[in-house]
Design a protein around this ligand. Structure first.
Ligand code: SF4
Length: 365
């Protein structure tokens, strides 16, 4: 595992140079593990005998200051659980979060302060807002809880409303049900910014919006990132959107990180067969680029009892016997592109790796 952490640090260091200069990690995730016991198993006193869903299984990565790190993977791969653990909405079983050099939950960085500096925007814009509070009060609520005077908090709420494109005189006194989905998501973004965070986690934040509204909100997020010096963790199942917004991309499969790299590296030259299959499933507007190969077969295996060796071997078209016997280590190339696949591991026993076929060229949103 130490080797994997070093490899990931190398990946982050090398990628940061390509992002316009050395960048320090804002959030460092080390050996993060979150398992959920199955119903009825909580009373099994011997923890080693409990059946658990391995939602997040010992993952490591860095989020660099000022970047947008996209996270992709199929449903159930652990994206949203990772986001909730990073926000400390649920507690990890083990592992460490280091925010700007300080351990989260330590005396130097208590949870309350970490939660102020890290905010989240959820997919469901309606259930994220209190239906009994006006928009203005919803935005001002967080700062007031953190000790800001209500007069200053309300003034700031109105400024933020106007910054996200909603006129305060029209919208401040409205209730969530009086707004459209796009307007509500703008309110949620304003509410996330009210506490002046440094890291914003966007968990499928634009997935429920119409395409035209989605594009507007994405552009707004880009503008706000520049204006407020934010760092984003952008989780989405929409690969086109992830490609549009992300500086780097992290790919998850069955609770583990299988590939990480600059957006261009991952999208144009994927190394992991799973990433390649995901990209092949991206819809293309160009009829000449349509794939005839079924990109991925079957459902992901049961996360309660994941396959041994490489977890992807039950679906991988490149799998060999060694793949079911040995879990791949994380390897990073000179350009900072990291992958966990025996094809890319020297001396792993896998036969000489052949190149993956080229991925579809897809247009940006
Ligand atoms: Fe496929 Fe083997 Fe690589 Fe796993 S280690 S992704 S099974 S080639």
């Amino acid at each position: 595992m130490t080797h994997e952490i070093e490899a990931l640090q190398n990946a982050a260091d090398k990628s940061s140079r390509d992002l316009g200069g050395p960048r320090q990690p804002l959030l460092t995730v080390r050996n993060l593990l979150k398992h959920f016991p199955l119903k009825g198993e909580l009373f099994q006193f011997d923890k080693s005998k409990r059946s658990v869903v391995r939602a997040v299984d010992d993952i490591n990565f860095d989020i660099l200051k000022g970047e947008t790190l996209g996270v992709v993977g199929e449903s159930g791969c652990g994206k949203s659980t990772t986001a909730r653990v990073l926000m400390q909405l649920i507690e990890q079983d083990s592992g460490e979060l280091i925010f700007d050099g300080e351990t989260v939950g330590s005396r130097a960085l208590p949870l309350r302060e970490f939660r102020r500096q890290t905010q989240m925007v959820f997919q469901d814009s309606y259930s994220s807002l209190n239906p009994r509070m006006t928009i203005e009060d919803s935005i001002a609520f967080g700062p007031i809880v953190h000790g800001v005077s209500s007069r200053i908090a309300i003034t700031r709420a109105r400024d933020l409303l106007s910054r996200v494109g909603l006129q305060p005189e029209r919208f401040a006194g409205r209730y969530p049900h009086e707004l459209s989905g796009g307007q509500r998501q703008r309110v949620n973004i304003a509410r996330a910014l009210a506490l002046e965070p440094r890291l914003v986690i966007l968990d499928e934040a634009v997935s429920a919006l119409d395409k035209s509204v989605e594009a507007q909100v994405l552009n707004l997020l880009q503008e706000l990132k520049q204006e407020f010096g934010l760092t984003y963790l952008f989780i989405s199942h929409d690969l086109n959107v992830v490609r549009f917004v992300s500086d780097r991309v992290l790919v998850m499969y069955l609770g583990q990180v299988v590939e990480i790299g600059l957006s261009a590296q991952v999208f144009d030259h994927p190394k992991h067969p799973y990433t390649h299959a995901l990209l092949q499933s991206m819809p293309s507007m160009d009829p000449t680029q349509r794939t005839t190969v079924a990109p991925l077969s079957g459902d992901p295996p049961n996360p309660i009892n994941p396959p041994g060796g490489c977890r992807f071997h039950t679906r991988c078209v490149y799998a060999e016997t060694i793949c079911s016997q040995r879990a791949p280590a994380f390897a990073v190339d000179d350009a900072g592109h990291g992958v966990a696949c025996l094809r890319h591991e020297p001396d792993s026993g896998y036969r000489a790796a052949s190149e993956l076929p080229p991925t579809l060229k897809v247009s940006h949103v």
